[in-house]
Design a protein around this ligand. Structure first.
Ligand SMILES: [Zn+2]
Length: 162
């Protein structure tokens, strides 16, 4: 279901938008190999009409597929915007595009989600990077070769917590 508010409906009553937006529709190009958007955006939003604008407030959640920049381990990062607010003018220079009485919220959601992306994703704030000595397998963390780092107990635990 696209993230769209119909202005005529909005004139009559507030609109509650609750559901999931497929990753393909959110269409975030991370241009980044350590963060991928594969899961749908979960949203629970309330839109109301103000005099010359629309006010949207609510909750956004998106699980990102990340790769730890220190140990290269894949993990999930839960990006959550509680109390997200978006004010969309219907008049003036900054007015939003209205197509067939509808305003698409997707670009505004996309923009704010992108701002919340982790700059340097870490599987764990304490991550110390690739193991150096334990098994003597990984001696040089900077070698760019494909070192197979399977999911460890830690990432399994993280999954359980999510
Ligand atoms: Zn890590």
């Amino acid at each position: 279901m696209p993230l769209v508010v119909n202005l005529r409906h909005l004139e009559a009553h507030d609109i509650h938008l609750k559901g999931e937006l497929p990753a393909a529709e959110l269409d975030i190009d991370t241009r980044d190999e350590v963060i991928r958007v594969a899961q749908p955006l979960v949203h629970d939003l309330e839109a109301q009409k103000l005099e010359n604008s629309i006010l949207v407030q609510g909750h956004l959640r998106l699980n990102l597929e990340c790769q730890c920049v220190r140990c290269l381990k894949p993990f999930q990062y839960r990006l959550e915007l509680t109390g997200w607010t978006c004010h969309l003018p219907l008049q003036g220079e900054d007015r939003v595009a209205v197509v067939n009485d509808c305003v698409d919220l997707t670009p505004y959601v996309r923009e704010d989600i992108l701002l919340e992306f982790p700059r340097h994703p870490l599987c764990n704030p304490e991550c110390r990077g690739l193991p150096k000595t334990s098994l003597g397998r990984v001696k040089n963390a900077s070698s760019a070769g494909k070192t197979e780092v399977g999911p460890s107990a830690w990432s399994e635990l993280n999954k359980l917590k999510l």
